[in-house]
Design a binder for this molecule. Sequence first.
Ligand SMILES: [Zn+2]
Length: 58
Amino acid sequence: MPSYEYECQLCKARIELVQSLDKHDVPEVCPSCNMEHTMTRVNIPSSNAAKEQDGQKE
Ligand SMILES: [Zn+2]
């Protein structure tokens, strides 16, 4: 399954969630500052999900 990245517009915290292609809901509550409806999806380059490429963080 692909992962989607979301950013809180309030505290700029970013979280990454593994969600299905059909259903990727924006989190309602920021896990960092606990404010509701502050999360927006961040476009991840080359996240077209067909490939599984994990572990490329530095
Ligand atoms: Zn937040």
